[in-house]
Design a protein around this ligand. Structure first.
Ligand SMILES: [Zn+2]
Ligand SMILES: [Zn+2]
Ligand SMILES: [Zn+2]
Length: 330
């Protein structure tokens, strides 16, 4: 049976957009107890189990869809956004929606089944971030694309349906609410300054800095949503991830390895969600935005209070969280 293309639906009471992508319920591990996959589709030698690759790094003469890659990119078999989802939006009474036009890719982080980002060698992680930038640039330059969302779900408890570490790239026809909210804060911040640049200095004052290197910093935000949330950013103000230089990417890779390693030591390899936030590619002026990476460990379940209020209830002081991770990764 053909699955209908995914669509975006807007709730008239909350204003929140949801994606209806019924095909995703068929993905491995989506339904609890549905059984393990027979072979890992992301391991070298199993390239035939994925759709044909669209990009790869590290190939030294080896043909596509064979081993020999260091990073490999394939379309997601169960996309949340599809090029085929075309046409106009609709409004029937309160029922507002539009086709979920876009793309959804998987970046296989490395050939190693058990090597998460925090366990990588610096050169390997830098190669992965260069792949992020490559795919980001590839999509961000298209007029129909308004936002490119890059994420890692680490472990099943954080939503990963396959164990082999991988990144997902969501190519979106709209700016998502979380990014729109951040853009508003960046625009509103007094004095034409950048709230992220300003908070880097305050994090140092408060001893909420976890680690720094030549061009990047990692700190626990003053109003962290939960225990051990981390924010990583380049020290120089830069709105657009597409513009990041190789040296900064290498520093960001080194800092991610170090701080995720510290997090893993403190919490015993916790599940986490990690994402990149960059200025949207909707053609508007976002010079005041500052790209960053956020890491949210999944050690607390969002409950009724969080869902009913949109607020978070943190039980660990950010200063204490920063101290613990800083010690573990020193
Ligand atoms: Zn694997
Ligand atoms: Zn800034
Ligand atoms: Zn953000």
């Amino acid at each position: 049976m053909e699955t209908p293309p995914p669509e975006l639906r807007r709730d008239p009471v909350t204003g929140v957009w949801s994606i209806l992508a019924t095909g995703r319920s068929r993905r491995p591990g989506a339904v609890p107890g549905a059984g393990a996959e027979p072979a890992c589709p992301f391991c070298p030698g199993n390239e035939g189990l994925t759709p044909p690759e669209v990009w790869a790094a590290g190939r030294d003469g080896s043909p596509p869809d064979t081993p020999g890659w260091t990073v490999r990119v394939v379309p997601n078999l169960y996309p949340a956004f599809m090029p085929e989802a075309r046409g106009r939006g609709w409004r029937r009474g309160t029922r507002t929606g539009r086709p979920a036009r876009g793309e959804h890719e998987v970046i296989v982080n490395s050939p190693h089944h058990d090597r998460s980002l925090g366990d990588m060698e610096p050169a390997e992680a830098a190669g992965l971030l260069r792949a992020w930038r490559e795919r980001y640039r590839h999509f961000a330059s298209r007029p129909s694309v308004k936002h490119v969302q890059i994420i890692i779900n680490h472990k099943r408890e954080a939503g990963a349906s396959l164990d082999h570490p991988h990144t997902q790239v969501f190519v979106m026809p709209m700016v998502p609410r979380a990014v729109a909210d951040e853009l508003r804060e960046f625009r509103r911040f007094p004095g034409g300054k950048c709230p992220l640049c300003a908070s880097v200095e305050e994090a140092r004052e408060d001893k909420r800095t976890v680690a720094e290197n030549g061009t990047c910093t990692c700190f626990v935000p003053y109003a962290a949503r939960g225990p051990f949330e981390m924010r990583l950013a380049p020290l120089h103000h830069q709105p657009d991830f597409a513009a990041v230089e190789d040296g900064v990417l290498a520093d960001m890779a080194e800092l991610l390895i170090r701080t995720l390693g510290g997090l893993s030591k403190v919490l015993g390899n916790p599940a986490y969600n990690l994402w990149l936030h960059s200025s949207p590619c909707d053609g508007k002026d976002h010079r005041r935005y500052h790209w960053h990476v956020e890491v949210v460990p999944r050690i607390i379940v969002s409950a009724g209070f969080e869902l009913s209020t949109g607020m978070c209830l943190n039980v660990l002081a950010p200063e204490e969280a920063a101290r613990l991770i800083r010690q573990a990764c020193a």
